[in-house]
Write a new protein. Structure first.
Length: 382
């Protein structure tokens, strides 16, 4: 055998020996975190709670032999910071914590009121952390209480929380978007919020407003309807059911709108004015009025009344945010900065003082493209 052939054989053997994942861990050596929660306990200590998957329970139930074994376990630990609490949590488990499958981060209200600024570093710095986790605030409760809820349709509560946002027509709010909002010069983060119900379930209750200029402290909440309108303005609402009183009898009509859009216009007046035009088209899903949507005149009246009442509600929400919370959660500052860079020079560094004094005008234009499967109500057919 020639010297070259011997050298080639040695190289091949070395490649076989040294290649591969030298630091690979088998799945049965890992604890897969599906959701994490941050709380302050009664003693004021940071408490980190993790929901950990039990794969055997899922595979067993699929094969018909899983019985009533839970698909997850919830483990918590306290510490000086997130990683310190994580080590306390790790000491209770025979497998290494694995963060890359985490779907959800829950923030208890007590910790949100104190501020998230000092607790976000681990989720950014740690290369094992999952940036695509959705993030939510637990209104009036603790994150660990939500993690202990037995899910109805999915193996893990984290999956349900992500799907819940889509079910109400909102785009999922991920941790990376939270960071983008927190690092934005003018916009304040608006986080989805849930609460624990008396029968130990959860429900979506709207949004939590965080102040990035004060250690990301929670300053207040918007209810579910207000949150839908706010997300419509921001551009994070993909569908919305709107109900309003229409016609001379002021009877209810519901429109399921899916094609939602928004337009912003800035005018340098005294005070500066921003006009928000919200547009939506959809299907009429309920009509309890005397108006017949197959008639052009009646359809226009329905659309006009739907638009008018929705416009009043959106304007009231904007006024509440502007006057009560005095923080730009809508991204108006970013719009002016991006589309009117010359005008922005006069607002740079003082948008937090400018926003409460803005004149914000809301216009809503709704269209019913489809009257549904009937033109009139059942009681008028009888």
């Amino acid at each position: 055998m020639s010297r070259m052939m011997k050298l080639s054989a040695v190289i091949v053997i070395l490649l076989v020996i040294t290649s591969g994942c030298w630091n690979l861990r088998e799945p049965d050596e890992l604890s897969f975190i599906t959701a994490a929660g941050l709380d302050y306990n009664e003693q004021g200590q940071l408490e980190v709670t993790s929901q950990i998957a039990v794969p055997a329970a899922i595979s067993g139930s699929q094969e018909g032999g899983g019985g009533n074994k839970k698909s997850f376990v919830v483990v918590g630990g306290t510490g000086k910071n997130v990683m310190d609490a994580g080590q306390s949590l790790q000491a209770q488990l025979p497998r290494t914590l694995f963060y890359a499958h985490r779907q959800t981060i829950l923030i208890g209200e007590r910790i949100a009121r104190n501020g998230l600024g000092s607790l976000t570093d681990m989720f950014i710095r740690n290369p094992k952390s999952e940036m695509r986790s959705s993030i939510l605030v637990v209104k009036g409760g603790m994150a660990k209480d939500v993690l202990n809820i037995e899910p109805m349709f999915d193996p893990y509560i984290s999956t349900m929380l992500v799907r819940e946002q889509s079910a109400v027509g909102a785009k999922p709010y991920y941790y990376r978007q939270f960071l983008a909002d927190a690092l934005c010069e003018t916009m304040q983060p608006l986080l989805p919020a849930v609460e624990v119900t008396p029968n130990n379930h959860y429900r979506y209750v709207g949004s939590a407003i965080m102040n990035k200029d004060d250690n990301l402290k929670l300053v207040g909440f918007l209810n579910a309807k207000e949150s839908s309108y706010a997300n419509w303005i921001i551009g994070r609402q993909s569908a919305l059911t709107i109900t309003a009183r229409v016609g001379p009898g002021k009877e209810e009509v519901s429109l399921s709108a899916k094609a939602l859009s928004k337009k912003l216009r800035f005018e340098m007046l005294d005070p500066p004015r921003i006009t928000v035009t919200l547009q939506g088209t959809g299907i009429m899903t309920e009509n309890n009025s005397s108006l017949n949507p197959s008639k052009s005149g009646d359809l226009k009246q329905i659309e006009k009344d739907l638009s008018r009442e929705t416009q009043e509600e959106v304007q009231a929400m904007v006024d509440k945010v502007q006057k009560q919370y005095r923080m730009d959660i809508f991204g108006f500052g970013e719009f002016v900065h991006r589309d009117h860079p010359r005008r922005w020079k006069s607002f740079h560094g003082k948008w937090s003082r400018t926003f409460p004094a803005l004149r914000i005008v809301v216009k809503v234009e709704l269209q019913a493209k489809d009257p549904g499967q009937t033109n009139t109500t059942i009681d008028r057919m009888l």
